[in-house]
Ligand binder design. Structure first.
Ligand code: ASP
Length: 314
């Protein structure tokens, strides 16, 4: 795999391969020295034009645990504020010859565009409301670790589907892995054409009890130019997942950040059915696997060594 731009770059075997590799890295996270030399001598540039807590920290940790050198670039505080374009910024930073660039921007398709400007492997860490492939991979990994297989699993994605890059990548990844997906939310926040991805569409939670997994989404206010619901209180009254709506056998997921009291009630976030922190932990492992995968085929510099099976000092 040269780049990871879209979850469509991966078939089922590819998703399974990344999950298996992530699982092989899980043992590194349990060591006292959480580092292996797999990407020693490689440079990973994290290029973030949008705010991020989980994705940025986990890509940084992932690269460092593989012994890569990491450069973190945030648009705020950089020459972007002086008017430098995306292309000039990428070409400036690419002059340092990073082996991989992890990129998050508010613009759909930007990571694809960047592949034309540098030889580095590009990993899409979220491009506007288009895609967030590593989120979908870590969600698959989390479910696979918990349940063994996703075949026949019934997953409901509830909330602001319209503005969510997570939803788009996740619907495709879950279906590729054999799950059935239903997206649900107010009609204003569920685009009618989402059904072309093969998922079911619902506008009420009436059938939610049949779900095995409930995946809640935040209101993506930063991408809204108008109000899509009358008030958050009314939205929460109809769509919030709380202890009353979440069944005792249903698992709860959320990509974060959670707006407690809006899409999720606080008690379910912290409750026993919540996989939210498992998702965060999986993020580092899956991103280690993705960085390893895109850098494994690179010709410049030493080839990465195989993933560890036993304690290897970095
Ligand atoms: N963290 C996810 C994203 O960057 C989800 C969210 O922000 O709501 O898309």
């Amino acid at each position: 795999m040269r780049h990871l731009l879209s979850i469509e770059d991966l078939d089922r075997a590819g998703i399974e391969r990344i999950c298996d590799r992530a699982a092989s890295f899980a043992e590194v996270a349990d060591r006292s020295i959480k580092k292996v030399p797999a990407l020693r001598g490689r440079t990973v540039l994290n290029l973030f034009y949008e705010s991020s807590t989980r994705t940025r920290s986990s890509f940084e940790l992932a690269a460092k645990r593989l012994s890569a050198d990491v450069v973190n670039f945030a648009a705020s505080g950089s020459s972007v504020e002086k008017g430098e374009s995306l292309r000039d910024t990428v070409q400036t930073l690419a002059a340092h010859r990073p082996h991989a660039i992890v990129v998050r921007t508010p613009w759909a398709g930007a990571s694809q565009l960047i592949t034309n400007w540098t030889d580095a492997a590009i990993v899409n860490a979220g491009d506007g409301q288009h895609e967030h492939p590593t989120q979908a991979l870590l969600d698959v990994y989390t479910l696979r670790s918990r349940l063994g297989s996703l075949d026949g699993l019934d997953v409901w994605i509830v909330g602001d589907v319209r503005h969510s890059r997570v939803a788009r990548s996740l619907v495709l990844a879950l279906q590729t892995m054999g799950a059935t997906v239903t997206v649900c939310g107010p009609p204003t926040l569920v685009p009618r054409d989402i059904a072309v991805l093969g998922c079911d569409v619902r506008y009420t939670l009436d059938e939610l009890p049949r779900a095995d997994v409930v995946y809640a989404l935040r209101m993506q206010n930063e991408r809204m130019e108008q109000a899509y619901v009358p008030t958050l209180r009314e939205y929460a009254a109809v769509y919030q997942i709380d202890a009353r709506r979440l069944g005792p056998d249903q698992l709860l997921m959320h990509p974060g950040p959670v707006n407690r009291g809006v899409e999720l009630a606080g008690d379910v976030v912290d409750g026993p059915r919540s996989l939210i922190l498992d998702q965060v932990r999986a993020g580092v492992l899956v991103r280690m696997a993705v960085l390893f995968e895109v850098l494994a085929g690179r010709e410049d510099g030493p080839r990465p060594t195989a993933p560890p099976t036993q304690e290897t000092p970095a």
